[in-house]
Design a protein around this ligand. Structure first.
Ligand SMILES: [Zn+2]
Ligand SMILES: [Zn+2]
Length: 378
């Protein structure tokens, strides 16, 4: 039996319901024809472009032009002129070193659209601070010792108890100690971070910024709060993540500006990263086959995170710029479950599909196609 969850109404065409076999799923509310658009999401909670592609993807429309570097960056003077009210412009320092906050755009109008978002200056300042910090550590980074450390950490066993005591140590020991230091000393206490942690800092900062300006009663907020956290399964699989997440938290705790710092609690931080695993959508290069397209990054779209996977899905998802649409690829009847393909694996054989889904999404696929194929093979 499924029970309707009235809190999570994301589309007039389907219900999000709790299932008896675990988690929520989406069910058609009425008979609908192939080709029906059942959900379009224009606003994600957060997106993260891989470090490797940071200069090659437009941070507004997510355009990727076969590895060409995007032409347009942010300019400090223009930001001050465009974003601050007249009276405040003179009070703002215009430092010579502004590196564009690690944001690249395909054209002037994408940059203009990006900076026209309400309060975006708070996020741009945060990105710029994180970038300056990341660059300041460049000389200390040593890839060989990092790899060695990764191997060592990945051999450790991480139980829920160890994860819990790590965070309670941060809360009870590290935070009080850092709070007592002068501002100038805090940054020197920060751990060395590598690309993955730097990207993660930016991702969490962007999520906090968006949460700050999201209506607590909105569908976006409700669906985000209800996302399932896969923190434990993921850290169990990649023990190094606990160390990495701790460094990200510490970096943000010291470097977040006053506008975002109050939002950074350990529990929200853990929910953001725990629910990212298994719920994020990949941002893939457009117009290429599944085998040859580039993985450019990922984004969190909580409104669209309640579709289950099926190896013969009845819903197609498609990214058009920075929008995500979901369309029926066959007729469905009222009450039928609506499923998508999680990772472009439909052409693989059943064992390979099952392996990929269990490794990355932590479940054993029991879809009709898998059941049928497993019966035939055994
Ligand atoms: Zn663009
Ligand atoms: Zn399946």
């Amino acid at each position: 039996m499924e029970t309707a969850n009235t809190d999570l109404i994301v589309s007039p065409l389907f219900d999000v319901k709790q299932t008896t076999y675990g988690g929520r799923a989406c069910f058609a509310r009425e008979d609908s024809k192939e080709g029906t658009n059942i959900l379009s999401v224009n606003r994600c909670l957060s997106s993260s472009i891989s470090h490797e592609f940071r200069k090659e993807v437009c941070h507004n429309c997510l355009k990727y032009n076969n590895g060409k570097i995007m032409k347009v960056k942010l300019d400090r003077n223009q930001l001050v002129d465009d974003l601050l009210p007249d009276g405040k412009k003179e009070q703002v320092s215009r430092p010579k070193t502004f590196n564009g906050a690690g944001l690249w755009f395909c054209c002037d109008s994408c940059r203009d659209e990006y900076i026209s978002q309400d309060n975006i200056i708070e996020l741009i300042e945060t990105f710029e601070t994180l970038l300056a910090h990341f660059q300041s550590q460049a000389k200390r980074r040593n890839t060989a010792s990092r790899i060695e450390e990764e191997h060592k950490l990945n051999e450790t066993f991480m139980s829920p108890k160890i994860i819990g005591s790590n965070w309670s140590m941060i809360e009870k020991d590290w935070i009080p100690r850092i709070d007592q230091l002068k501002a100038s000393k805090k940054a020197r206490m920060l751990p060395l971070i590598y690309e993955e942690e730097y990207q993660c800092c930016r991702f969490v900062a962007q999520t906090l910024f968006n949460l700050k300006y999201t209506d607590p009663n909105s569908v976006l907020m409700k669906t985000f709060e209800a996302l399932q956290s896969n923190e434990q399964s993921r850290i169990h699989k990649f023990p190094i993540l606990l160390d990495s997440q701790t460094k990200v938290f510490q970096t943000l705790y010291v470097l977040l500006p006053f506008s975002l710092k109050p939002l950074l609690t350990i529990s929200l931080f853990r929910h953001i990263l725990g629910s990212e695993y298994g719920n994020a959508f990949g941002i893939w290069q457009d117009g290429e086959s599944n085998d040859s397209r580039e993985y450019l990054g990922f984004w969190i779209v909580p409104q669209a995170s309640y579709f289950n996977h099926s190896c013969s899905p009845n819903v197609d998802k498609k990214r058009i710029g920075n929008k995500l649409t979901f369309t029926l690829n066959s007729n469905v009847v009222a009450g039928q479950q609506l499923c998508i393909d999680y990772s472009g694996i439909l052409s693989l054989d059943v064992h390979k599909r099952q392996e990929i889904l269990s490794e990355n999404w932590f479940f054993q696929c029991g879809c009709e196609k898998c059941q049928l194929e497993l019966q035939t093979i055994h």
